[in-house]
Design a binder for this molecule. Structure first.
Ligand SMILES: Nc1ncnc2c1ncn2[C@@H]1O[C@H](COP(=O)(O)OP(=O)(O)O)[C@@H](O)[C@H]1O
Length: 480
């Protein structure tokens, strides 16, 4: 096997009909700088609307985290991080001086958990925590109550830091009896049922966790961003600018323009009213076939849960038009979500002359024997999907930069798509430079930087802030 490719040299040699179909897809998936700038303006407008009242498409959820992290916080804390794909249980030792140690165990969420009963979900979480504590603390009887921060990465409304009322499930979850309920007592109940010495003192989402944990070790951090199963961003807003909170904020905070509050934007919901994103027929099909059509429109075009599915829908469509996989059994390819985002990622990475990795991937998982031309097409389509996702991702980042007048600093990025998808970071950075019209020949003033496993550590840091009573007493009285 010979490696002979570099990422951008390839030109696909297709039949005239297939070429025509491919050209149409390429044009629809290519987003110009002008379009990115328009989308960014629209993003900014929707963010403003979300802070004024709850009518924009971007929820802009106040987190009640009203302190910047200093890096001096100390102590031992636990965290549970419920993402879209994994459950992580984390123990964190904050040492101060921007330094911390942590241990974590990852429990893969079985597919059945996404659509199980409410009780089964909390039992799964409670059992995982119990197992972690059993292994970590072994025979030692834990005398004192350990504060736990819960990273809950779904849109939730918070009236205080230890509350989170689930607005709606996202990322393919569909569990009855949780939407509209506060998930903190549901978790505490699962903990108490197992007699664990743990008190849930804070709830944040993974994005706020990434923001807070990155800030603990890098004071240049301006926002926390997630590119995983879903997408999201968090940043610090002036509390006095959150107009929709003015009735419920204590007067001294409402008046004091210097007090910050972290905002969990939930920007994956951008353009739920379908007015500006350039959706293709595949995006529309994916949306219509999803458990919640017309929700998370932006996320459905850029996030890890969906990129592989977009590739699958295109391939199936081209097959149905008689253009590829002729005479092949496509029954496996017809199963929704059979290809996760590691498929386009691996397809882009295949640098063998005969694209044998794509050959094996298609043969072993969907039972399709591909020709070289088909494999070249799969690679090109993956590039289109990957590049579009990265470029669209930059609009949200640019809008936050513009909103907070940020011209230098770091955007802390977490999630498998950022860490593993080939060229994702470079493509997103390039698009950000285009939108903000920076001279790209020198180091960009706003840099996308990798944040690892911040979401669990961040929850522990917020649990620490709450525990230390550093947060405003009147805002957190129910946990103090
Ligand atoms: N090699 C890869 N490249 C890009 N995305 C990947 C890769 N492997 C898995 N993914 C995607 O990453 C998503 C999971 O993101 P991750 O950040 O690991 O978890 P979560 O968002 O659930 O916390 C899945 O939707 C999956 O499709």
């Amino acid at each position: 096997m010979v490696r002979c490719r570099t990422a951008s040299v390839k030109r696909v040699c297709l039949s005239a009909k297939l070429q025509k179909a491919y050209d149409k897809i390429r044009d629809e998936f290519t987003i110009s700088t002008e379009k990115l700038k328009d989308l960014t303006d629209r993003f900014e407008f929707e963010m403003e609307k979300g802070l004024l009242m709850n009518r924009g498409t971007i929820p802009m959820i106040p987190t009640w985290v009203t302190d910047y992290v200093t890096g001096d916080e100390k102590g031992d804390f636990l965290a549970i991080d419920l993402g879209g794909t994994n459950l992580r249980v984390v123990s964190v030792h904050l040492k101060g001086s921007s330094d911390f140690d942590f241990e974590h165990v990852k429990y893969v969420l079985p597919d059945s958990v996404r659509k199980c009963s409410c009780e089964e979900l909390w039992d799964f979480i409670g059992d995982s925590l119990a197992e972690f504590m059993q292994n970590r603390y072994k025979v030692t009887v834990v005398q004192k109550i350990i504060p736990l921060g819960f990273t809950f990465s779904f849109p939730a409304t918070q009236g205080r830091v230890n509350e989170g009322v689930l607005q709606r499930w996202t990322k393919g979850f569909d569990i009855a009896g949780v939407e509209g309920h506060d998930v903190v007592p549901l978790l505490q109940n699962a903990i108490d049922k197992r007699a664990l010495p743990v008190k849930v003192t804070a709830l944040i989402n993974d994005t706020t966790g990434t923001l807070v944990a990155s800030l603990y070790s890098d004071l240049e951090t301006k926002m926390g961003l997630i590119f995983g199963t879903g997408v999201n961003g968090a940043y610090y807003e002036k509390a006095s600018s959150i107009q929709k909170l003015l009735g419920s904020l204590p007067k001294e905070i409402a008046r004091d323009g210097s007090i910050p509050m972290a905002i969990n934007t939930e920007y994956g919901a951008f353009d739920n009213d379908h007015t500006c994103l350039p959706r293709t027929k595949y995006d529309i099909q994916l949306d219509e076939e999803s458990p919640r059509p017309n929700q998370q429109s932006y996320e459905k075009m850029v996030a890890g849960y969906y990129m592989g599915e977009v590739l699958r829908l295109i391939l199936l469509d081209l097959h149905q038009q008689g253009l590829i996989f002729r005479g092949q059994d496509v029954s496996k390819l017809s199963s929704p979500f059979i290809m996760d985002t590691s498929y386009p990622a691996r397809a882009e990475e295949d640098d063998f002359c005969d694209l044998c990795q794509i050959y094996n991937m298609m043969k072993n998982t969907v039972g399709i024997q591909t020709t070289l031309v088909e494999r070249e097409l799969i690679q090109e389509l993956s590039r289109l999907i990957g590049r579009r996702a990265a470029r669209l991702s930059a609009c949200a980042i640019a809008a936050i930069c513009k909103r907070i007048n940020c011209t230098t600093g770091h955007c802390a990025c977490d999630g498998s798509v950022f860490h593993k998808y080939p060229f994702f970071k470079e493509r997103a950075q390039e698009a950000l430079d285009e939108i903000l019209s920076w001279n790209t020949s020198r180091l960009p003033p706003i840099e996308l930087v990798a944040a690892e496993d911040g979401s669990g550590v961040g929850a522990a840091i917020v649990a620490c802030l709450a525990q230390n009573k550093k947060l405003k007493k009147h805002l957190y009285q129910s946990i103090l």
